[in-house]
Write a protein that binds this ligand. Structure first.
Ligand code: GRE
Ligand code: ZN
Length: 229
């Protein structure tokens, strides 16, 4: 295997398990969501999933070599309810996955169909664990909200605040400050229906520590916003 993991035949997901044993496990993400098999759960309806985020200034955006990531530790944020039991999760970072063209790029697929991209809002369980790193070692450690990008005519203002910084971080390891204030709430679709399942990080080391919550409704971005490289 090549020295670094990636997405080509020689270093892609099929060979990740050689270097990252958890990638060969039984609760690996992403998955194809089969809408005809997914069932609705009245227990989830009873305790609604709720989120409360703070608007944040002075956020830092990093080119990870596989996309961008915004480190946004928010001690005042809360994600709770729905599939999360009695535990409270707080936002740690958010990042995006996209493809070569807008015909592909999302990690989860729905009935075999890929979206143009996928935003991940990553939270950790502050009820049970002391740190993000500790939480990532446990099956209920992280909760990730996944939001699909659909391409349309209307640009997304909040996503534009991110995209407008990307020309400053063209290379892996580069980072810069985001000049605008970001409110993570505005990334979420207006329809709040979601699919949930127990899975993993989608990149090495692929820890099986994620309660996935994938919104059914995509948000709309423009072709330019999602094919940025
Ligand atoms: C990723 O690397 O893509 C990732 C994380 C944490 C949670 C989910 C996820 O780093 O997809
Ligand atoms: Zn991700």
């Amino acid at each position: 295997m090549a020295a670094e993991w990636g997405y080509s035949p020689t270093n892609g997901p099929d060979v990740w398990a050689r270097l990252f044993p958890q990638a060969g496990g039984a609760r690996q993400s992403p998955v194809d969501i089969c809408t005809s098999i997914a069932s609705s759960d009245s227990n989830l309806e009873m305790k609604k999933l709720t989120f409360a985020y703070e608007s944040q200034s002075d956020l830092r955006i990093l080119n990870t070599g596989h996309g961008w990531k915004v480190e946004a530790p928010q001690s005042g944020s809360r994600l709770e309810g729905g599939p999360l039991g009695e535990d409270i999760y707080q936002l740690e970072q958010f990042h995006c996955h996209w493809g070569e063209t807008s015909a592909e790029g999302s990690e989860h697929t729905v009935d075999g169909r890929a979206y143009a991209g996928e935003l991940h809002l990553v939270h950790w369980n502050t009820t049970k664990y002391q740190s993000f790193a500790e939480a990532a070692q446990h099956p209920d450690g992280l909760a990730v909200l996944g939001v699909f990008f659909d391409v349309g005519n209307e640009s997304n203002d909040e996503i534009e605040k991110i995209v407008s910084t990307l020309s400053e971080i063209k290379f892996k390891g580069q980072f810069t400050d985001i000049p605008d204030v970001i409110d993570p709430t505005t990334f979420l679709p207006s329809g709040l229906g979601y699919w949930t399942y127990l899975g993993s990080l989608t990149t090495p080391p692929c820890n099986e520590c994620v309660i996935w919550i994938v919104y059914k409704e995509p948000i709309t971005v423009t072709e330019e916003q999602v094919t940025y490289h």
